[in-house]
Design a protein. Structure first.
Length: 106
């Protein structure tokens, strides 16, 4: 009986550890995904008079905004962001956030 409890506890701890590893973003993959973002926000993510900068935000904020666009809770004039976010997974969003958070703000 004790062995079953110990095995369950070990598996549970390993699952938690694996989940925390996946929760972080992969900036290298985010850079690959960012080619779509560059269409409007520029290759450097700085934006322009019509589109906001993607630099200088915490990863959590960035992910929160992407989720809001995807769900429709946040809208832009022509639903461009909805179109760009509809196929992004949560991991993709974390990867994009990690990439943009890693860029210097000048």
């Amino acid at each position: 009986m004790l062995t079953k409890k110990l095995m369950f506890a070990t598996v549970f701890v390993l699952m938690l550890a694996a989940g925390s590893v996946q929760a972080g973003g992969d900036a290298a993959h985010g850079k690959e995904l960012a080619t779509d973002c560059a269409d409007c926000h520029g290759a450097d993510g700085k934006g322009d008079d019509e589109t906001p900068t993607l630099l200088g935000h915490e990863e959590a904020y960035f992910v929160e905004q992407l989720k809001a666009f995807k769900s429709g809770a946040r809208k832009d004039e022509d639903d461009t962001m909805l179109m760009y976010t509809e196929d992004l997974s949560e991991q993709d969003m974390a990867d994009l956030a990690a990439y943009y958070a890693s860029l210097p703000v000048e």
